[in-house]
Ligand binder design. Structure first.
Ligand SMILES: *[C@@H]1O[C@H](CO)[C@@H](O)[C@H](O)[C@H]1NC(C)=O
Ligand SMILES: *[C@@H]1O[C@H](CO)[C@@H](O)[C@H](O)[C@H]1NC(C)=O
Ligand SMILES: *[C@@H]1O[C@H](CO)[C@@H](O)[C@H](O)[C@H]1NC(C)=O
Ligand SMILES: *[C@@H]1O[C@H](CO)[C@@H](O)[C@H](O)[C@H]1NC(C)=O
Ligand SMILES: *[C@@H]1O[C@H](CO)[C@@H](O)[C@H](O)[C@H]1NC(C)=O
Ligand SMILES: *[C@@H]1O[C@H](CO)[C@@H](O)[C@H](O)[C@H]1NC(C)=O
Ligand SMILES: *[C@@H]1O[C@H](CO)[C@@H](O)[C@H](O)[C@H]1NC(C)=O
Ligand SMILES: *[C@@H]1O[C@H](CO)[C@@H](O)[C@H](O)[C@H]1NC(C)=O
Ligand SMILES: *[C@@H]1O[C@H](CO)[C@@H](O)[C@H](O)[C@H]1NC(C)=O
Ligand SMILES: *[C@@H]1O[C@H](CO)[C@@H](O)[C@H](O)[C@H]1NC(C)=O
Ligand SMILES: *[C@@H]1O[C@H](CO)[C@@H](O)[C@H](O)[C@H]1NC(C)=O
Ligand SMILES: *[C@@H]1O[C@H](CO)[C@@H](O)[C@H](O)[C@H]1NC(C)=O
Length: 729
């Protein structure tokens, strides 16, 4: 008992010491004269209004203007964007984002667009990737969202297609935003620039009588329920006067807590507050300690972090007991009982609370598990006893990734974020842990079934799925870790060119093709849907491992496809037009990948031209030779015939209509044959006899794939497809 008291005193002195240590020269505080309200909206420090006289009302970058927008109505604005709410605790603000539209005008019979962009680079704001979705509405709509590409540093671009099958608005359903009339897609973390554009070929000129406009906006997805009238009228634009709420994460400065603390002159967390790194990766924010509330950016004893008097309002102590408040908490005492007893009771209380918290946690985990189809998965795993697939607990995954710490991130994409995980694998190898995003709620129950299909995938050139955790609100997948770079890096880096000989390129292409052919050949075929060089990982021996098909849709029937996913530049135009992902869509993307290997050109150039298109044009003119990578031309002069054969394979992968393309299996076999040819004469002079091994077809003779023998249907399809891609970016 005495030791309890002793440890309490010890603890107290530690707390005091820590508190003293953290007191430095505090940053300047705002004047109490600052206006803290604009219309109905509270403007808490670090935010402030720049119209107010004192000039230190806001931390730099957080000033807003209070504008009069009607008779007596005032609203706060960040530049020209209205701010509707500010949350200090979550470090978020809600802005009203303009809805972009693309409407048919019956007067001049053209499409009128109203694009919108928002440049928040260098400001405290970034679009929250967890709350917002890029939302596109229409019966024949394709809209793109992209980040700033002015300095050619843009790294994100995505599109979303909303269609009505056969243009019939009767297929629409209220409440369901899953590709039919409405499409939503996730954005990456930390996005600070936003611009929208519409694809001209997905327009309403043929259906304007039933659907006049397409709309697109990045908005808070929790605030959105699809209504069929959004497609058939201008209602969507009218709900918030042409605007939709978007959630912004904000952060102070551009440093992490750890570095920001070292500069007490600017460190903004004061009083009884602690610091958190902003989830967007830009700066940090502050919260009051537990048991305190108020504004963590203010030193002021009245408005800063203050102890919560838990005894006021809803004390939890039993009837004939008193409640005693203390800084950071409270306890129940029974009159004049010994202090030892107080300590004892306090401890029991904490124990009890912890117990309740644990129970709550366990209940939540169980719920997530059921929700994610976990029981189904377990049942099915019992039937297939020899499956080597592991279900990880939430704790295991959190421990392995240090609670999904930013420093553990090794990859980031539209599909999800990949973390490196330690100590999960029995052999102590690191693993790659992928946290999916943009999860389609309506397919949650299918998830267990899909995982089972994925777990059966077993191919040396496919990243192995080791297991998953269903105890999170989004699926978390655990893969084998492939330490080296991606094929994308290999192609575009300026590293030593030894690793880019034709032989190695061809080996990588062949093995990747074999892996895709394997996926297509399974009993329950898996369509990859996002074949690209960045999704081909390379093991230390440069053997490829196809990755990134876990979060994407696994299909048994094409009807399942409702949302176009994939990467522009690799996307099969026919998939965009027909809305059907087939094995031939993967073949198309693989064709683009072959072109990348041969030309080392970006799939979408600075001039916004598609590599696939540029190549096809050049091929028609017999000038595709000029596109080839100079490294190959110089170093593999003797293999030029093979290079042309590969170009021929690539060309056939890109053919319209899709059914004329070879299968992945055929592609793999042709490449394997060519690989043999190269291998047998590394750097040795060309031997014409060997040519007989490869099918006799010269590239310049292939235009029949592009012009000859096509019906007008194909022609128009091809033209449409070409145009829809040409305008991309
Ligand atoms: C914030 O204040 C600076 C300097 O007074 C001004 O240039 C800027 O336009 C203000 N920003 C907003 C959003 O009002
Ligand atoms: C701002 O958000 C808070 C919490 O979500 C809510 O209680 C409050 O009513 C909102 N204020 C306005 C003006 O929308
Ligand atoms: C349609 O176009 C005409 C001419 O460009 C323009 O005057 C008119 O305002 C447009 N109508 C709508 C509804 O945008
Ligand atoms: C966005 O703003 C940043 C910083 O102000 C600027 O460097 C960049 O050029 C802007 N981008 C565009 C497209 O205007
Ligand atoms: C969807 O809801 C809107 C508004 O409640 C209603 O006008 C419309 O008829 C509904 N559509 C269908 C297909 O039920
Ligand atoms: C707006 O979108 C249209 C159609 O997508 C495009 O042609 C135009 O260049 C865009 N304008 C701007 C300023 O981005
Ligand atoms: C609408 O798209 C079609 C192709 O889908 C195109 O032929 C037509 O020119 C477009 N109309 C307008 C007004 O841009
Ligand atoms: C959407 O609403 C805004 C604001 O009321 C208006 O300026 C704009 O013209 C509307 N757009 C369409 C396509 O109706
Ligand atoms: C961080 O912010 C400071 C001051 O606002 C600025 O000078 C610096 O360039 C910023 N650093 C980065 C990496 O953005
Ligand atoms: C009071 O106790 C109940 C159950 O023990 C708990 O659910 C509730 O949150 C407690 N209230 C406060 C204010 O601590
Ligand atoms: C499961 O066992 C069967 C028969 O022993 C074997 O053919 C199959 O390859 C095994 N599957 C796995 C994933 O080990
Ligand atoms: C692959 O990784 C290993 C170990 O990190 C490294 O030694 C090797 O150079 C890498 N190879 C390539 C091609 O990057």
């Amino acid at each position: 008992m005495v030791s309890h008291r002793f440890s309490a005193i010890l603890l107290l002195s530690i707390v005091v010491a820590v508190m003293l240590a953290s007191v430095g020269a505090p940053p300047p505080q705002p004047s109490s004269k600052c206006q803290r309200k604009c219309g109905n909206v509270e403007i808490p420090y670090p935010f402030g209004l720049s119209s107010g006289l004192p000039d230190n009302c806001a931390i730099s970058g957080f000033n807003l203007t209070c504008k009069k927008i009607g008779n007596g109505v005032y609203k706060p604005f960040y530049t020209n964007v209205e701010v509707s709410n500010i949350s200090l605790q979550k470090a978020q603000a809600r802005l009203l984002n303009a809805i972009s539209s693309f409407c048919y005008n019956t007067t001049d019979t053209t499409m009128h667009y109203n694009n919108w962009s928002l440049n928040l680079t260098g400001t405290p704001y970034s679009f929250s990737d967890t709350s917002n979705k890029f939302t596109v509405i229409g019966c024949q709509a394709l809209a793109y969202i992209q980040d700033d590409d002015s300095g050619n540093t843009g790294r994100f671009m995505s599109g979303c297609v909303a269609m009505c099958r056969d243009g019939k608005v009767t297929t629409l359903t209220n409440g369901s935003c899953s590709g039919i009339g409405c499409c939503q897609t996730a954005i990456p973390k930390g996005l600070q620039y936003y611009s929208v554009s519409f694809d001209n070929n997905f327009n309403t000129s043929a259906i304007y009588t039933v659907s006049p406009c397409n709309f697109a906006v990045l908005m808070d997805s929790s605030d959105f329920t699809f209504l069929t009238t959004y497609v058939t009228s201008l209602d969507f634009n009218k709900t918030d006067d042409g605007q939709a709420p978007v959630v912004m994460d904000w952060g102070i400065g551009n440093k992490t807590c750890q570095t920001a603390r070292q500069d007490p002159d600017t460190y903004a967390c004061v009083g009884k507050s602690e610091c958190f790194d902003s989830p967007s990766g830009n700066g940090y924010f502050c919260n009051c300690f537990k048991g305190f509330q108020g504004n963590p950016y203010l030193q002021d004893p009245e408005f800063g972090c203050k102890d919560i008097d838990e005894c006021k309002g809803h004390p939890n102590c039993s009837v004939n007991a008193n409640c005693k408040n203390f800084p950071g908490g409270y306890e129940c005492i029974c009159g004049s009982v010994l202090i030892v007893l107080i300590l004892f009771l306090g401890k029991e209380r904490i124990k009890h609370k912890r117990h309740i918290a644990r129970q709550e946690h366990a209940r939540k985990i169980n719920e997530c598990f059921e929700h994610n189809g976990g029981q189904l998965l377990i049942d099915m795993m019992k039937v297939e006893s020899n499956i080597s697939f592991k279900l990880y607990t939430r704790e295991e995954v959190e421990l392995a990734t240090n609670n999904f710490d930013d420093s553990a991130i090794i990859g980031e994409g539209g599909q999800g974020t990949v973390y490196i995980g330690q100590n999960l694998d029995p052999d102590n190898n690191p693993v790659a842990i992928k946290r999916c995003k943009g999860f389609d709620e309506s397919r949650r129950m299918d998830f267990g079934k899909e995982l089972l299909i994925l777990s059966r995938v077993n191919h040396e050139n496919i990243v192995k799925l080791l297991g998953c955790s269903l105890q999170f609100d989004v699926p978390v997948l655990v893969y084998e870790y492939v330490p080296n770079r991606t094929l994308h890096y290999l192609i575009y880096s300026h590293d030593t060119k030894d690793i880019r000989t034709l032989g190695i390129r061809l080996k990588i292409a062949t093995k990747s093709a074999e892996a895709l052919a394997y996926l297509h050949s399974l009993n329950h075929p898996i369509l990859h849907g996002d074949v690209k060089s960045a999704n081909i990982l390379l093991a230390p021996d440069l053997s490829p491992k196809v990755s990134d098909f876990g979060c994407s849709m696994i299909t048994s029937t094409v009807e399942n496809i409702q949302v176009v996913k994939g990467t522009l530049g690799y996307l099969d135009p026919e998939y965009l037009l027909k809305f059907e992902l087939t094995d031939k869509s993967d073949v198309y993307s693989f064709g683009v990948l072959l072109l990348e290997l041969l030309t080392r050109k970006k799939v979408i150039s600075k001039e916004k031209e598609c590599l696939a298109l540029v190549f096809q044009e050049a091929l028609k003119k017999g000038k595709h030779h000029e596109l080839l990578d100079s490294e190959i031309i110089v170093d593999d002069q003797d293999n030029m015939d093979v290079v042309h054969q590969i170009a021929d394979v690539a060309a056939r992968c890109l053919v319209m209509p899709a059914e004329h393309r070879p299968t992945m299996r055929e592609v793999a076999e042709e490449l394997k044959l060519l690989e043999g040819v190269v291998k047998q004469r590394p750097g040795v002079l060309f031997n014409s006899d060997r040519l007989l091994m490869v099918p006799e077809r010269s590239v310049t003779n292939t235009p029949e794939f592009y012009s000859g023998g096509q019906t007008t249907d194909f022609d128009s399809l091809k033209k449409k497809a070409r145009m829809s891609i040409e305008f991309v970016r």
